[in-house]
Structure formats: C-alpha cells, structure tokens
Design a protein around this ligand. Structure first.
Ligand code: HEM
Length: 410
C-alpha cells in the first residue's frame, strides 16, 4: 500500500488489525496518524468485529494498570484482537484476572528470578558461543533459524527440562500456537487443526507432568507446576494453555528480537560502531532492540464496566486493544522514537514487555539471552551483510521474522 494512500484515509476508516500491515511492514503511517488525530480510536467494522485501538504510551499504561475495569479473562475473549474460538477456548494465566492469575504466576516466577538467572549465565554463554562458532564464514545462511530459533529453543528446553532429542517439537508447537489460520502459507488451516496439534502437545506434556508429579519437586517449569497447590489440578484445557503460554512466551518473542537486532545494527552502522567502541552500552542496546522491534504487537482487554479513556466512552463488553508497537513510537514519551539510538537516557522505558500485573515475567531472562548474544558477537568482532529481505510472518499479534539471509564477512 502506498504511503500517500494511507495518509489520505480518514481516522474513521482506519483498521490496524490487518495482518498484512505487519507482514509488509507498512504499519508506521497509520499509527502516526492515529496517535496524532484519534489516539483512542474506535473501528466499527473489522474481520474481528468492532474494537478500540489504544495507541499512545500513557493511555496504554492506564489500561494496563486498571485491571479491574479492563479484563484479560479467557471467558470474555482473552488477550488477542481475535476472540478465543468458540468451543476451543484455552485458558492460561495471561488470560486470567486476579486471584487465579496471581497464584499461577507466582508458581512459575522463581525460574526466571534473579538467583536462577545467575545460575543460567554460564550455560547461555556456552551455548551462544557454540552456535556462533559453528556458523559459516563468507557464505549465506538463515540467521533466524541457525541463531535466533536455535538459541531460544535450547533455553526453553532447559527451563522445561524437555527431552533434548525432541526439542524441535517446542518450536513447532510455538509456531502452531501463534499461527494465523488465514495466512496464505498457514501451517494450520483451521482452529480444529490447531487444537488437534496442541492436544498432541498436551499429551506429550501430560506424560512428563505425571512423571515429575510422582518424583520429588525439581527446579523446572513442569515440576514446579505439577507440585504447586495452585496449579497441580489444572483442567486439561488450562494445562494445554499454560504450556502453550510458556512455550510461546519464551520462544517467539526472544527469537524475533535476536533477528531484528541484527537487522537494526546492520541498517545503522554508526550504532554498530558505537557499541563496538563502548561495550558498556550493550544492556542499553538490548533494550533499544526490544523497543524498536516490539515483538508483541498488541494485547487486548475487555471492558468489564463502562469506562472513560482519554475522553472516549468505552462501553462494558467492548474490546480494547493496546498497540505496544505504537506506544513504543510515541514521541510524547520517547524522544526521536522512530530512530534506533542505543545510548538513550532511559533505555528501559518502553512498553514491549507490557506493564502492570501481567508485565512479562520472563523480561530479565530475555534481556540476558540477547545481552550475551551481543557480548559474544562483539568478542568475536563479527561483521555482517544482509543478503536479502527478511521474510515476515502474517500476524497482527507477533511481529515475527521467519527468515533472514545473512553472511558473516571475513
Ligand atoms: C523480548 C522478549 C519478550 C517480550 C517482548 C515479551 C513480551 C510480553 C508481553 C507484552 C507480555 C504481556 C504483558 C501484558 O499483558 O502487560 C508478556 C507476558 C508473558 N511473558 Fe513475555 N516476552 C518476552 C520474553 C519472555 C520469556 C523469555 C518468557 C519466559 C521464559 C516469557 C514469558 C511470559 C509469560 C509467562 C507471560 C504472562 C505473564 C502474566 O500474564 O502475568 N516472556 N510477555
């Protein structure tokens, strides 16, 4: 779609739910327009029904923090612009309100807590080194699969203590869980097909779960869930949903940041030079990569009551969609927000991890994995050339990059 066409549209006709906008990377002018002219925007007709778009940083934070009025509950439709498919609703703690949300989240939080992150550091570094050292030189390869997917998959395998030989299944299930069934190249073509694949995942995890439940408590996600009073009696659908959440949460988001980070640094060689000369900027580079890419495009809430937001009246039952991708480009909060700047004053001030009670529980682990990747890239003084365009996924939920042809020079 040409930029001029986009700008001619009136706010009344703007629908940012179309997955092609993200596959074609054509979303910027629409959100700029909405932030300026109609920041809490009602779209009356979309393939997903009517919905509100919340596009400014401060308004997103307001919705995030007001979980009494804005619900995440699976029964009200869940956390994506597309309602949970009828008859296939799958709950997990992302799609719950307190008190169940609080209890489930508390069960898994220790695995990504500060002391375990210290324990994981040498393992992550070793694996990152192994993956980088095995990459070809002066030859094109796919960065997304060889580096981003492989590293995040290995991490997840460890967190779940999943059988190493079968670990590729985790990536497959993650892809299935977020697949848009209407995509031209969809890997599952209907909700029934998706549900059938995820049921296979459920059966596999049920075997692991039963074995861990019968054994003394161990420090992996399956054992933690199997032993906690809050989660040990999960109903089958909640069980599948919780496993899918942990797999998608840990896999998709981090891997896309790893690919997008390389693209951003190659596209901004002066920023690459800056971090080469100042490795102390790596933590800030990591935050900037995550902000700039915003791997989760949106989260949705459903209004539990009539409520006012930025002067607009939202009615009970309305869908309210928080577009993190837009909040992270809000110039009122983030200076020169459209630019990639690795030495920002407040690099962690962004919305890519959400906010409030659902703020990403794995944020520090994600940052750690990406930090170590860049520390090891710089240690090896690698230079890259991007050999072709990225292949982006057809989704309005995850900003995903399926492949990126890259060459390491020298
Ligand atoms: C760059 C990487 C990541 C990004 C951008 C990201 C983003 C997000 C976002 C936007 C949310 C919802 C926040 C909200 O509703 O306010 C979320 C929740 C969550 N994330 Fe992440 N995530 C990342 C990595 C991870 C990792 C590595 C894990 C696990 C190991 C993880 C596990 C979860 C879980 C379990 C939730 C649900 C939290 C809750 O509902 O309380 N994420 N993440």
């Amino acid at each position: 779609m040409a930029q001029a066409d986009v700008l001619r549209r009136t706010p009344a006709s703007i629908d940012v739910s179309d997955p092609r906008l993200y596959q074609d990377d054509a979303w910027r002018p629409l959100f700029t327009r909405l932030r300026q002219d109609d920041p809490v925007h009602y779209c009356e007709a979309s393939p997903f029904g009517p919905y509100w778009s919340v596009t400014r940083y401060d308004d997103i934070v307001e919705v995030e923090l007001d979980h009494d009025n804005y619900s995440s509950s699976s029964e009200l439709g869940g956390t994506q612009i597309a309602d949970q498919p009828k008859g296939h609703e799958i709950a997990n703690f992302l799609r719950m309100d307190p008190p169940s949300h609080t209890a489930h989240r508390r069960t898994v939080a220790p695995i990504v807590g500060p002391s375990n992150l210290v324990n994981l550091e040498p393992l992550i570094r070793q694996r990152t080194s192994d993956v980088l050292d095995a990459l070809p030189r002066n030859q094109t390869f796919d960065w997304a699969s060889r580096v981003s997917t492989d590293l995040t998959n290995r991490m997840l395998t460890t967190l779940l203590d999943f059988p190493w030989a079968d670990r590729e299944q985790l990536t497959w299930w993650s892809d299935v869980a977020i697949a848009n069934v209407n995509a031209p190249d969809a890997i599952v073509r209907s909700e029934d097909e998706r549900f059938a694949e995820l049921a296979k995942m459920g059966a596999c995890f049920r075997t692991l779960w039963d074995a861990r439940a019968a054994a003394p408590p161990a420090f992996d996600l399956v054992s933690m869930l199997a032993h906690s009073p809050a989660t040990r009696d999960l109903q089958p659908r909640e069980f599948i949903g919780t496993m899918a959440l942990l797999i998608v949460g840990g896999n998709d988001t981090t891997r896309n940041s790893m690919t997008a980070g390389l693209m951003a640094l190659v596209a901004h060689p002066e920023q690459f030079d800056l971090v080469r000369s100042r490795p102390d900027l790596i933590p800030s580079l990591v935050s900037e990569i995550i902000r700039y890419h915003s791997p989760v495009l949106h989260m949705r809430r459903t209004a539990r009551n009539d409520v006012e937001l930025a002067g607009r009246r939202i009615a009970r039952g309305d869908k309210v969609v928080m577009w993190y991708i837009s909040g992270n480009r809000d110039e009122d909060r983030i200076e020169r927000a459209d630019e990639f700047i690795i030495d920002r004053r407040k690099p962690r001030q962004h919305l890519a991890f959400g906010a409030g009670i659902h703020r990403c529980v794995g944020d520090r682990l994600a940052e750690q994995q990406i930090r170590i990747l860049w520390e090891e890239i710089l240690r090896r003084d690698l230079s890259f050339e991007i050999m072709g365009p990225p292949q982006r996924i057809y989704s309005n939920f995850i900003r995903g990059i399926r492949s990126l042809p890259v060459r390491i020079m020298g």
